[in-house]
Ligand binder design. Sequence first.
Ligand code: ADP
Ligand code: MG
Length: 331
Amino acid sequence: MHRTILSVKNITKQYLATQSSGISDISFDITEGEIVAIIGESGSGKSTLLKAIYGLLSLDSGEVRFQDKRVLGPDEQLIPGHKGMKMVTQDFSLNIYAKVYDNIASMLSNTDIKSKHEKTVEMMEHLHIAHLSAKRITELSGGEQQRVAIAKALVSDTRMLLLDEPFSQVDALLKNQLRADLKRIATDTGVTVVLVSHDPADGLFLADKLLLMKDGRLLQQGAPRALYNDPEHLYTARLLGNANVLNAAEAATLGIDTSGKHLVFYPEWVLIGSGSSAFTIKDVYYKGFYEELLLEGQGGLQFRGIQLSVGSGHKKNDQVLVNIGRYVISN
Ligand code: ADP
Ligand code: MG
């Protein structure tokens, strides 16, 4: 069963009349149970889009439909949002003097005390915070507070969870865990997750679908693999990966005609030791299990390739043959 849970149609919200800000003419659908990541550079309109989905903004045009009902704006209803949709912002909005348990339980009604208790405990276990149950929010780390905020948002039969930059406050190790937890919770509970991130690595490996924002517009959308392997725009390739970008003249020196467009390829698409173009390894950057190679050809043309760190790797100043094994031509 693949049902559309959220439908965004041609929404526009400009904050300022004189200059372009906010978002323009955005349309997309989200299927129930999907994890969707809105990514893009700072100022590209990600938070604005999330707020628009949640009903925090009065839109200039277009509409947002959640479970087939139009989401009302702040001028249409007093309390924003929609039952079944919850947003966790960077300030977490927790009652900092109350205990973890009470913060979460406060979202549930008292009509069935037993069920209230069970749901609270279950949600704490889901987010690995059961051991913090009796602690006050002020006694928790930022990462722990975030888990409480997510548990609180999810506990009351939430069908869609909106998260603005959920990974920005946690260190790399916790980030990995939170990412895995979100994926597991989405799978276990069928909740739809929409998260915003400026770091594409967050979205790339977590999401079923990426929405790529630039200058208030939705530039490209699709599965992470599809966007990574077939970036329509330079921006996509640069944001998602460490792409090499050559202009048409540079591409021509490699014998590739781009019809005036750009040649885009990731370092791992460069084949070292085959082909006909001779390059010099100008530098080698150690990256753990692989090394990035800065390659320079005739006329000073430079781009990056990779080699695995184990085995007989090439060294700085080595001459190698290079072939661009795969590339895309982008605008
Ligand atoms: P992101 O979350 O991707 O960093 P935002 O959605 O916060 O981007 O902002 C998108 C654009 O709208 C930016 O140019 C920003 O300066 C502008 N903007 C955001 N909020 C307001 C506001 N309340 N008033 C005026 N301009 C705003
Ligand atoms: Mg933002």
